[in-house]
Design a protein around this ligand. Sequence first.
Ligand SMILES: [Zn+2]
Length: 300
Amino acid sequence: MKIASIGANTPLHLSYRRAVSMDMGSHDYRRFEAKDRIDALVNALNDFQPGYIHAYATIASLLASEQQEGRLRIKPSTVVTSAEVLTDTARELIRQAWHIEPFNSYSTTEGALAIECAHRTGMHLFEDLGIFEVVDDHDCPVPDGMPGYKILFTNLYQYVQPVIRYEMSDMMTVTDAPCPCGCSFRRIVFMEGRNDDIITMVDARGKIVSIPPYFFHGPMAKLSRVREYQIIQKKDGLHFRIVLKQGTEKKTVAESIKKKMRREFKSYKLVCPDIYVVFVHRIVRDSSMMGKVKLVKKEM
Ligand SMILES: [Zn+2]
């Protein structure tokens, strides 16, 4: 099997390989950089012809668009996304491009790992590789089924650098309810993002309210002509950086974004900030974050 790892490394632990039905033999493993230009990545992947792709969610989604537009010509049997939010739009694009259902996964450099099973009922935590404690902002345990503020992770397989109750800012809801696949590992059923990704808004009564990133993903998913987006909260309002599909009229999309967001803020009884829409050729990938893109971030 030819494995293309774009941005994130593909985990190769036995239990992980079993979860994604990757055979235990040797593989032709090649790593590509997420911050490379998309046309260079497309050419490299056309040459390599991977059967397995592990990529940041925004990269997998871009590659799916490239496949549908005819520039990318590969036939992967498995696509695993990680590190960023896999939106419903991205999932649908991947389905349409390669007629397969992507596996969403969660992985950190400290060794915490989780991935969806074939039932897509959430991401099973690899509890044979680490101890996951979902806690609130005072480090008190949060019961299964309730959203946590952060997790404390203990790595059970790295012996060179011990990682014990390492604090990570991922806000997740974990359940121990049985999964039809029979795997007894608990599942992440909801991932709200990182607690430092939360932006704040003001409601109609002047109270400050936290807004998780997924607040924006629903309305943005309805904009079929948007290829990529990034939303930045600045002092003067919300800045939408938009990459459009070819041949799309900018004015219509800008108006549509403003209209949709105003409606969304109103339905949650929030004061709508000023909205600025900027059209760009590409969303710049942050090299200090290994080329990951934060779809929603603040720069205050
Ligand atoms: Zn399962």
